[in-house]
Design a protein. Structure first.
Length: 163
């Protein structure tokens, strides 16, 4: 199970990385977008560059196997969740806002994730739950996220940076 747990941990981090990939090239992305999504309700968030630290939990995975993972990315009222790189056949769906909580779903060929972030000005707490099949077995993981505003976005917006 340790081999499978390690493999799954890498897959889940890849799904999270897909979510933040492509965020830095906003001008290119918006030029190619055929239609705009409906406007989301405003949340209590500081627009700009955010540092996001994720921690993963998975049944059967040793506690010390996955260390926290930190990235930086720009978030705005218009894009309160890091965009995904759709060239990997993953699609973000059902992006909704209720109060200060933004929820979404990411569907990939081999995995489905549901996430939510609750903003509180210059900080947020969030969770992503992922279901997938690995070697014919159903597996799940839970990733917690802590975000903090660290300043204005670089101009032009930089690609996400892993720390």
């Amino acid at each position: 199970m340790t081999r499978n747990a390690g493999f799954f941990a890498v897959i889940v981090l890849a799904v999270f990385s897909l979510m933040v990939a492509g965020c830095g090239d906003k001008a290119k992305d918006s030029a190619q977008a055929p239609a705009q999504a409906p406007a989301l309700a405003k949340v209590n968030m500081q627009e700009g560059q955010w540092e996001i630290t994720t921690t993963m939990e998975m049944p059967g995975m040793p506690a010390n196997m996955m260390k926290p993972h930190t990235v930086t990315t720009c978030l705005t009222q218009k894009e309160p969740v890091a965009k995904i790189d759709e060239k990997n056949n993953c699609k973000m769906q059902d992006l909704t806002t209720v109060g200060n909580t933004v929820s979404w779903k990411v569907v990939c060929p081999e995995a489905t994730s549901k996430g939510s972030i609750t903003y509180a000005g210059a900080a947020y707490d969030g969770i992503i739950e992922t279901n997938m099949k690995v070697e014919g077995k159903d597996m799940t993981s839970k990733m917690t996220m802590k975000g903090k505003y660290i300043g204005p976005c670089p101009t032009p917006a930089a690609a996400p940076v892993q720390k």
